[in-house]
Design a protein around this ligand. Structure first.
Ligand SMILES: [Zn+2]
Length: 343
């Protein structure tokens, strides 16, 4: 069995992927046409050209344009279904999906409840159809006011038993430190909900410290720039705080110059808790399968090392202990079968 076949077939869990950032290019073109949103491209190749980001603000601008193509709950349900079909094709059995509900509430006037119902319809459908599951991390876009962030926190608390597992923090890191939304995170932590902010991507160690200390982060979205501070590396190692590393995203957004110069091997060498993720797959011309393939080819990881990264994601997920145990049993069996087929 080739490495490609092994990686394609192995069971997976994904912890860092954005729903709006995962819209299929053909669907985006269709939605834009239907809703008369002017995009700078009308072909898939054209979109790929458009997805060449000058810097992070440029990426955010494109992300918001993409988000503006979603006008109704039907659109939201459609992209969720398509997303889950893509996850099923990659044998991703469980995903924790980041979704920026506030954007669609503010600009499209779609209530959070209606958005959540649309996503949950697709989630239930995929469970029946493919036997895969997902949960939501609803994020606060950093640039909104703290009072608006509190609205998002309340949504998350209300939807605790309805498929939402955490509060996230996304959007531009530069100029918007974690502490701006301290109160929102305080509120959800008090309600027993997990905090999973992005940090240490376009900003350095201080942003990760802020996420840990001010926002009570249990996992860090990205976090790759922790290497700039040895005390922080020690802290992350000691507490085994999972980092959601997204290699290709880091290259597309100039966080790392190339894959061969990506800090991933150093992060592993430091004994940190690493998971591998795709972030916004079509926008970075990748998939989770591709991420595993690329890192394995570049850093010559063994099958065992790859398996460890997969199981790291499973163990760092917010599934209930019983669900985790069941999934783990299935994964162990599948990996064993793949290894037997390989010898
Ligand atoms: Zn992200």
């Amino acid at each position: 069995m080739s490495l490609k076949e092994f990686i394609t077939k192995m069971p997976k869990v994904e912890l860092h992927v954005h729903l709006e950032g995962a819209i299929e290019p053909t669907t985006l073109l269709k939605l834009a046409k239907e809703h008369k949103v002017k995009l700078p491209a009308n072909t898939v190749e054209g979109l790929q050209e458009w997805y060449k980001f000058k810097d992070f603000p440029h990426f955010v601008e494109i992300y918001l344009t993409i988000s503006s193509c979603l006008k109704s709950t039907e659109d939201i349900e459609l992209i969720t279904r398509e997303f889950l079909i893509g996850q099923a094709k990659q044998n991703i059995r469980y995903s924790e999906v980041t979704y920026t509900a506030y954007t669609h509430y503010k600009f499209r006037n779609i209530s959070f409840e209606a958005q959540l119902s649309a996503i949950n319809r697709a989630r239930d459908w995929a469970k029946k159809e493919y036997g895969i599951t997902m949960a939501l991390i609803i994020d606060i876009p950093r640039s909104i006011a703290p009072e608006e962030g509190l609205i998002v926190a309340d949504w998350v608390i209300d939807a605790k038993n309805d498929g939402v597992v955490a509060l996230g923090l996304g959007g531009p890191e530069v100029g918007y430190p974690p502490e701006l939304h301290k109160d929102a995170f305080k509120k959800i932590l008090k309600a027993g909900i997990t905090s999973i902010p992005h940090a240490g991507e376009t900003m350095g160690a201080e942003s990760i410290w802020g996420a840990l200390k001010d926002l009570g982060a249990s996992r860090i979205g990205h976090g790759v720039r922790c290497l700039e501070d040895t005390k922080l590396v020690d802290y992350l190692r000691e507490h085994q705080v999972p980092l959601e590393v997204c290699p290709t995203s880091n290259i597309c957004l100039q966080v790392a110059p190339s894959l061969s110069k990506h800090p991933l091997p150093k992060l592993l060498e430091e004994g940190l808790y690493i998971t591998i993720n795709s972030d916004d797959p079509p926008m970075f011309n990748t998939t989770l399968t591709d991420e595993f393939l690329r890192i394995t080819e570049t850093f010559a990881f063994s099958h065992e090392e790859i398996k460890k990264l997969v199981l790291n994601a499973l163990n760092a997920s917010l599934l209930l202990e019983k669900e985790k145990k069941d999934l783990l049993l299935g994964f162990e069996k599948d990996f064993q079968n793949l290894t037997i087929a390989n010898t």
